[in-house]
Design a protein. Structure first.
Length: 98
């Protein structure tokens, strides 16, 4: 298919009953990254689900907007404090959103 530029004002994501354009998504992701204290190289541990903006932002968009990465932990609630501490250390986690 031929190259088609992305329209920043076109719908890009619908989650939780809200539709965001590409421009809105990027703006919110950058704001969330700042609120989470993310900077380039940050490694964010999250156990949030992807069915809300908060989960998608923490688990994907905010770290990417900051130049960081995500450490997914699907069953984070099953880890005791020691297990969570070991995960944080082994994955070189710098920030959390649980």
């Amino acid at each position: 298919a031929p190259f088609a530029p992305v329209d920043a004002d076109a719908p890009a994501l619908a989650v939780g009953g809200v539709e965001l354009t590409g421009a809105q998504l990027v703006t919110r992701a950058r704001e969330d990254a700042a609120a989470l204290g993310l900077v380039p190289g940050s490694r964010l541990l999250t156990g949030r689900t992807y069915d809300t903006w908060e989960g998608l932002s923490a688990g994907l968009f905010a770290p990417l907007a900051a130049g960081g990465s995500v450490v997914l932990c699907r069953h984070i609630g099953q880890l005791d404090a020691d297990g969570l501490a070991k995960r944080v250390e082994s994955e070189r986690v710098t920030n959390t959103a649980v």
